[in-house]
Every structure is written in structure tokens, then in C-alpha cells.
Design a protein around this ligand. Sequence first.
Ligand code: NAP
Length: 315
Amino acid sequence: MSDKNSISSEMHDLVIIGAGPAGLTAGIYAARDKHDVVLLEKLSPGGQVLTTDFVENYPGFPEGISGFELMDRIKKQAERFGLTIISHEVQEVDWGGSIKQLSLDSGLMNARSIIVATGAKPRKVGIEGEDLLTGKGVSYCGTCDGPFYREAVVAVIGGGDTAVQEAVFLTRFARKVYVIHRRDELRATKIIQERAFANEKVEFIWDTVPISIEGETGVERLRLRNVKNREESTLNVEGVFVLVGTRPVTEFLDGAVALDEQGFIKVDRRQETSVPGIFAAGDVTSENPRQIATAVGEGTSAALYAEKYLEAQEG
Ligand code: NAP
């Protein structure tokens, strides 16, 4: 794999956008089959998995594996087959004709087929103080920022796998972790719930939503509202981890392919979008269980069906 920063003006058979599990897996298949393939990644390869402390449900690793190590291994496997990864951000697309055009941050690139594997980003909770205090106590990644909160009291917002798993992770550093959830039942899977319930540093605040995050130069407190009795309260915390799900990275598509009402890309069983020759895989796709294993599977299908598409085009 070469981290080239110069853009080729040549046409590519396949351009993959995004280097998370879906994009890298598509890259492994396409590069191994000796296709003219380029993978574009805005930052560095790895995707959201890099923000996961420990992965224990990806097959083949009975003892579990860190998110960083798993992605490093997948990247090395792509390197072995000579996948070219170029660090550029796709800003606009023109996919009207049979040749697909990509406007990058420093030039144009053309392709016969595309796989969009841009993944998803953390969602904001949308309350007062959130933007102002982001990076000053408000975080969207426990695995990344947890070590800054040694002996601190912190709050996690959300009740899904990410929130509950990260809450347990944060107890390695924080002396107390409150989990604020808007219902009285968690969405997280049972095994993750049980670990949190068994951890005496974790305390759940049920049926409650945050209404503002307050502090002068950093987070000092969280204002809360009980959704059942409407009572408001204040919780003194030094950090707030907003872990309320994800939103797809599809802004750059600007209507080029059909999206669902939340902005995720609609695909058929071959991972093909509403535009022939444009495929999508991983967390960016609609009705996706958002697992590493499903992203890998979708990346595989997208690469194989992109190949069939190219063969059909060649006649
Ligand atoms: P998620 O499953 O969508 O959960 C989001 C949580 O945030 C829900 O509990 C939701 O409450 C809450 N929430 C959403 N909007 C809110 C708001 N405005 N105010 C307050 N709370 C709000 O997202 P996720 O936990 O990031 O997980 C995403 C996907 O990744 C899931 O498919 C999950 O299974 C997967 N994942 C798997 C693992 C693992 O297998 N170890 C780890 C991490 C993630 P409600 O429950 O009331 O809707």
C-alpha cells in the first residue's frame, strides 16, 4: 500500500471511498484480483473501530482483540495485495454518466465503478453547551478520551451498546460513571448490560434526558430532566460522553444516490445503490446492523458485484 498524495488523472476501474472494515475488505478483494483499484481515505485508515477499546464478537479471535489491532491487521492484509490508499477527501461527485467523476480536495478523479464505504460519525444530542464545551469535557469517544478523566466523575448519555460498553471502559479511569438513559430499559445487548450492572462504579439514571451542559472553561455540571415527572436536577460532572448513536457520512453525495429518511444509502442485495455501478457497504448503508462482521461481509459483496458490473460493461 502506498500513501500517495498525488492524484492520478487516469481513469480507475474501481474507486473505494473510506478505509474502515468495509472499504478495506473491498480493497483486499479487488487488489487481490489484480483490479485497477484505488482507495480514498480522508484521514488515516481504520474507521470507527479505532475508537473501540475491545472487540470480542468478531469471528476468529476467541480471546477478543483491540479495535486498533484488528484494523491494523486488516490494513496489513490489504498492503500485502498492493492496495493503493490515497489520502484525499471526496468533496463532490458527478455520477450522472457511465464515467463517474469525483471532485477531491485537490483535483478530479474518474472511475468506472465506485464503492462508498464512508461509515458513520457520532451523533450529537443537540443540547445547550454541547458545541461550546466539545473538547473541553464533552467527548464522543470514551476509548479516546477516557485517560483524561482519572479519578473524575463523568456522565455517559445513551443506552445502546456503545454507551454501556464505554461506560464500563471509563471505570478504568473515572471514580464514578453515571449513565443517563431516556428510558427505563437499555437497548444494549444483555452481556454488555450485565457487565455494567455488576460494576459498582457505574450508576444508571433512568427515564432522564440531559437538557444542558454547563461550565465556565470546562464541563462542571449537567442539567437533567426526568421524562416521567418532568423534574429537573443538576449533576456535578467533569466529563460528558455523548454516545447516542451515529449519523451516516453522506453529505458529499448531495442527492447522487437514493438515501433513506435518516440519510443512510439504500442498497440492494448486491450492495448496489440506485445508480448502476455505484455500490455502498458498511455503516453508511440503510438497515445495517452496524457490526464489524457485517461491514466486512458487505465490503466483500460490493467488491465482487463491482467486478461483475465491470465485466458486463466490457461486454
Ligand atoms: P444505538 O444502538 O442507536 O443506541 C443509541 C442510544 O442512544 C439508545 O439507547 C438511544 O435511546 C439513545 N439516544 C438516541 N438519541 C438520543 C437523544 N437525543 N437523547 C438521549 N438518548 C438518545 O447506537 P450505538 O450504541 O452507537 O450502537 C450502534 C450500532 O453499533 C448498534 O447496532 C450496536 O449494536 C453496534 N455496536 C455493537 C457493539 C458490540 O457488539 N460490542 C459495540 C458498539 C456498537 P433509545 O434506546 O431510547 O432509543
